[in-house]
Design a protein around this ligand. Structure first.
Ligand SMILES: C[S@@+](CC[C@H](N)C(=O)[O-])C[C@H]1O[C@@H](n2cnc3c(N)ncnc32)[C@H](O)[C@@H]1O
Length: 257
């Protein structure tokens, strides 16, 4: 559990309302941009509902829902110092899933703060629960589309690292435009990294790994950083892939200009 004094010092945010989990299939919301995650509506069991109710107000925020906002600087950007109560290098994780690896990495790296942004509410709830159980204080959990947050509220040169481990592969060719790792998204993420910051991805889909390598290598501001950021724990999704006989490929690039 988080120490009471620490929990009390966190900014109070309105609880997220599962009934307002508004991401829908694009067909149901024609003006929404193409999302990089699978549209899913999954019910929340009592344990996750309880985690959301208790923990979201202190440790969570919504990307889209003004009822559960994040602190902002006067120019409207996310105010990480206010959110974490300190100034420290900031890591963005896109799509932590159920969050096991997120908690392990953050606990092993207490000098940095982590914004973990997940589109699906069950993952948000589970990550909150794991953070509470581990007493890990350097993670805040965003619900929504991380790319929207990056576009609208993360300042250029503000991130020490961006992580996207096992983003949905969108294997059908007609869905490739939904892939997270594509040149426009990579250019956006690179612009938010500090020079010297890392962009870390991994996938178990050989075809997606090849595309990732091509896209990342073609970005004029990135260079490969093999070996950097080594020591990543196995993620939940990766564990499944390994059990099914697939292998993971990590691609790590550094912003150089
Ligand atoms: C295949 S899962 C992998 C989860 C976790 N990284 C792991 O390795 O176990 C991909 C996750 O990324 C999330 N995701 C994809 N695009 C996202 C986005 N733009 N913003 C937030 N979450 C996203 C999905 O909801 C999903 O939970």
């Amino acid at each position: 559990m988080l120490p009471a004094a620490k929990a009390a010092s966190l900014p109070r945010l309105t609880a997220v309302d599962p009934a307002r989990d508004t991401f829908r299939h694009p067909a149901a919301a024609p003006h929404e941009p193409l999302r990089t995650f699978h549209p899913r509506r999954v019910g929340l069991g009592p344990v996750r509902q309880d985690a959301l109710r208790r923990l979201f107000p202190g440790l969570g925020f919504s990307v889209h829902d003004e009822a559960a906002p994040f602190p902002r600087t006067p120019d409207g950007m996310l105010d990480a110092a206010a959110m974490f109560g300190r100034t420290a290098p900031l890591v963005l994780e896109i799509g932590p899933g159920m969050g096991e690896a997120t908690v392990a990495m953050a606990a092993a790296d207490p000098g940095r703060d982590v914004l973990a942004v997940e589109a699906h509410l069950p993952g948000v709830a589970n990550l909150l629960k794991l953070l509470d159980e581990a007493g890990t204080g350097n993670v805040r959990v965003g619900h929504g589309d991380a790319l929207d947050l990056v576009r609208r509220a993360l300042a250029p040169d503000s991130l020490a690292e961006v992580r996207a481990f096992f983003p949905d592969p969108w294997p059908k060719a007609r869905h490739h435009k939904r892939r997270l790792v594509q040149s426009a998204h990579v250019a956006l993420l690179r612009s938010r990294l500090v020079v010297g910051g890392l962009l870390r991805t991994a996938t178990d889909w050989p075809d997606y790994a090849d595309q990732m390598l091509e896209v990342l290598s073609s970005d004029p501001g990135l260079e490969p950083a093999p070996g950097a950021g080594a020591g990543r724990p196995v993620t939940a999704f990766e564990r499944k892939a390994l059990a099914e006989g697939r292998t993971a490929r990590d691609l790590v690039f550094r912003r150089v200009r």
